[in-house]
Design a protein around this ligand. Structure first.
Ligand SMILES: [Cu+2]
Length: 169
């Protein structure tokens, strides 16, 4: 399996854009004219292994992981990710033990990008207390072109490792 990851760091990107294209003001036209089409899955895009680790303590953030497979012939760019039951989400990248927000995740043609522990992840805030381990919550990924894809996340208790089947909170 080819596993390519390319992260766009928004600050660096916009600084580069500023310095490179002083005259390129209209380069960022949005495609509102074609506010189009059905919220159907993008062709060739699939999501697997969705998991949402619920916060152990109410009020803390949770984290979601999944793998996005782009079998299409084009790069797709994730702009945002929403999770039913989470008031707010951010895409984070863990680097050197610290998490940094990521504005956009590019997934090149014929590659898989994994959101996983210690790497890219979705940080979920304001998690609804009614979400329970064992259930599922719907995740909706929005791409920069406005297309969306939804997939279920399996809800798991944070720290649900081999050792904590005695402590039921
Ligand atoms: Cu995070």
């Amino acid at each position: 399996m080819t596993l390519a990851r390319r992260f766009v760091l928004p600050l660096a990107a916009s600084l580069a854009a500023l310095s490179l294209s002083a005259c390129g003001q209209s380069a960022k036209e949005e495609e509102k004219a074609t506010a189009s089409a059905a919220p159907e899955a993008k062709p060739g895009i699939s999501v697997a292994d969705g998991v949402f680790m619920l916060p152990a303590v109410s009020g803390n953030p949770g984290a979601a992981y999944f793998a996005l497979d782009n079998e299409s012939n084009n790069t797709v760019s994730i702009a945002s990710i929403a999770i039913a039951g989470a008031g707010k989400t951010e895409i984070h990248q863990t680097m050197g033990g610290q998490m940094k927000p990521v504005d956009r995740v590019d997934v090149e043609a014929k590659t898989v990008v994994k959101f996983e522990r210690g790497g890219l992840h979705v940080m979920a805030f304001e998690v609804d207390g009614s979400l329970k381990a064992g259930d599922t919550a719907e995740m909706t990924i929005t791409f920069t072109d406005g297309d969306k894809v939804s997939a279920p996340l399996k809800l798991e208790a944070m720290g649900a490792g081999a050792m904590d089947h005695g402590s039921g909170h």
